[in-house]
Design a protein around this ligand. Structure first.
Ligand SMILES: [Zn+2]
Length: 119
């Protein structure tokens, strides 16, 4: 487990996340397919928004997944979920791994999450 710093493109939104990057994935739902990000789910307690809350805007009408974007640069940094990937009611956060310092997203081997059919 390592602590990574993350931020949006313009730098308004900063966060930290504790993760071992053990389960990166890409999702094929209608939003993720367009966004094209590689994601890691972490327990909500492993994610800390450090600054930029006022710069965030939310997209999506589903209560179980709230996608947060920087309103200045448009980068979607993370998604707050009321469930984890096992669909248990444990709050979690889906982190856009492209936002993390020191992570080469291209070197990861993401699994595919079939969100198009599950969500
Ligand atoms: Zn930004």
């Amino acid at each position: 487990m390592k602590t990574y710093s993350g931020h949006c493109h313009c730098g308004a939104v900063h966060f930290e996340v504790d993760t071992d990057l053990a389960a990166p994935f890409r999702c094929n739902c209608s939003l993720c397919a367009r966004r094209g990000t590689t994601i890691q789910i972490v327990p909500a307690t492993h994610f800390r928004l450090l600054s930029g809350e006022e710069s965030l805007t939310r997209y999506g009408s589903r209560e179980f997944s709230k996608h947060f974007f920087c309103r200045t640069c448009g980068i979607q940094c993370f998604t707050r979920l009321t469930v984890n990937l096992k669909l248990e009611n444990e709050p979690s956060v889906g982190v856009n791994l492209g936002c993390l310092e020191g992570v080469d997203v291209g070197a990861l081997k993401p699994a595919t999450f079939d969100g198009a059919h599950l969500l």
